[in-house]
Design a binder for this molecule. Structure first.
Ligand code: GSH
Length: 212
């Protein structure tokens, strides 16, 4: 049994989508970051960086923060959603690209462009340009592929599950997905998955999955 501590954000949705894809039993504990619940000392014991999401796996007595680690842990535990053999490291390479690039940069776009417009034109421009550059990188990666990692046209993996929730906020980033047709098609393909639809609504409904 897994406890998931989460909120309605891209990082939170990565893990709820994965748990829904795995079809395993898990219990949701909402951590409302708009009310500062991520700073609760009890949560700090599980997530020393005061960020959601985090999990506690009672089967193995493991608690874990950081979505990249959580997703690799779950992929290994259940033997799913991480390509094998020669395809394993490219999948992890692109997962790390999401962790180090897409997440932090898109997060700054949300901060400056969506929530604090006009406070710093330098930051708005810098992070918007970086987001557009990353969309271009993803579009080129997806040329001739259905998924970000895996042989041939690729296979659906944690790399996609980690990246998709950030792209789902394309309107917050003022991105027209039609400018990135490979990303748009990949985004819609994944949005149609029932587990993604369910995982998106954890821990509560905010809006339908956006569609371009
Ligand atoms: N690198 C972390 C990032 C986690 C993160 O930034 N979570 C955000 C929500 S998407 C959060 O908890 N923010 C609370 C805050 O900024 O105080 C991961 O991948 O788990």
């Amino acid at each position: 049994m897994i406890d998931l501590y989460t909120w309605t954000t891209p990082n939170g949705r990565k893990v709820s989508i994965m748990l829904e894809e795995l079809g395993v039993e898990y219990k949701v504990h909402p951590i409302d970051i708009s009310k500062g619940e991520q700073f609760d000392p009890e949560f700090l014991k599980i997530a020393p960086n005061n960020r959601i999401p985090a999990i506690v796996d009672h089967d193995t007595d493991t608690s874990m923060m950081e979505t990249g680690a959580i997703m690799l842990y779950l992929a290994e535990k259940y033997g799913r959603f991480l390509p094998e053999g020669d395809e394993k490291w490219p999948a992890i390479e692109w997962l790390m690209w999401q962790m180090g690039g897409v997440g932090p940069m898109f997060g700054q776009v949300h901060h400056f462009v969506k929530y604090n417009p006009g406070k710093s034109s330098y930051a708005e421009e810098r992070y918007s340009n970086e987001a557009k550059r990353l969309y271009g990188v993803l579009d080129r990666r997806l040329e001739g592929r259905d998924y970000m990692a895996g042989a041939g046209r690729g296979e659906y993996s944690i790399t996609d599950m980690a990246t998709w929730p950030w792209v789902s906020r394309y309107d917050w980033q003022q991105i027209d997905l039609n400018e990135f047709p490979n990303v748009r098609d990949w985004y819609v393909r994944i949005a149609e998955r029932p587990a993604v639809q369910r995982g998106y609504q954890i821990p509560k409904y905010v809006n339908d999955v956006p569609l371009p």
